[in-house]
Design a protein around this ligand. Sequence first.
Ligand SMILES: [Zn+2]
Ligand SMILES: [Zn+2]
Length: 364
Amino acid sequence: MGDNPSPTNGAGVPDPIAAERARLKCPCCASVLSLRGSDAAPRLDLVERAGLLPAAAGTMFIDPHAHMISRTTSDYEAMALAGVVAVIEPAFWLGQPRTHLGSYVDYLATIIGFERFRAGQFGIRHYCCVGLNPKEANNEALAEAVMEVLPHFAVKAGVVAMGELGYDEQTALEDKYLRLQINLAKELELPIMIHTPHRDKRRGTLRTMDVLAEHGFDPGRCVIDHNTEETVRDVLDRGYFAAFSIYPHTKMGNERMTELVRQYGAERIIVDSACDWGVSDALAVPKTAALMAERGIAPETIRKVTYQNALAIYGLSGSMREADWLEPTPIDQRSLFEGNSVLRGGQQPRIEGLRQSMDDLRIA
Ligand SMILES: [Zn+2]
Ligand SMILES: [Zn+2]
């Protein structure tokens, strides 16, 4: 990839912001991401893996499953530059079990509070789901205490669903707290995000949908996540949204996702990164969109699976609206959250209207 001309603005004048983007590194694979094009409409390119992901088809993406508290500010910057306008952070476990209610309460307060602020400092709208995850449901004393505080958090600003709910090992306690939380979601009129188990996935997924049906939960208000080829047909046939987590170096990579969309279309299908503290890729959604574009998937289809469907289901909460990012509050890194800033000693605060930076991120 030799010919990489100096980025210019529409009038042919060198553009320092575009030059900055030209040096952007993908935090997952360390490929150089470059926004470039012969006219005023730059394209997102993965330069070092020439030919693999040449162009994204969308202009805006939502990553509706991202554990951002585990990610860095570089991830936020890369996501914003790649066109991610909003993320949803589902409550989940932290790699080791919490043993006290207080840890849970502080965690929920963090994903509702500070993380929302932190994302905003990088131009990304942050929403979350609250819930007791299946792994920690197996600690009954903790689970009981968490159930008591959940309603308090579920009504906070930016909460778009209850989740991640579901099964891990499919134990009796997991079943008990899944059912209690389905009832709570109905009571609070919140959508549900379901985590399907990584072991015994098909049985666990079918069982989860049976339980949701038993409780009369509307499938049109529920996302079943972490699907594979062996679960997608049942999930769609029963009327649920079917989400796919695109992990690097796994079967459900963006190649397979592209084939799934070709086969099943775009209706109720959602792409997410599920990025967290494990090996994962915060840019999985824009990269998948880029691959789909290269493989000839229609732009409307790409837009649905990487943006519109997530907005449709989580927007049912009333807490997530397109206006949140189309008419955003400007970025001002001088602002504080309970006295704390994202900046460290002597750093220059970034101050800008997000609208302007979105406009020059049109991806052809
Ligand atoms: Zn999950
Ligand atoms: Zn997750």
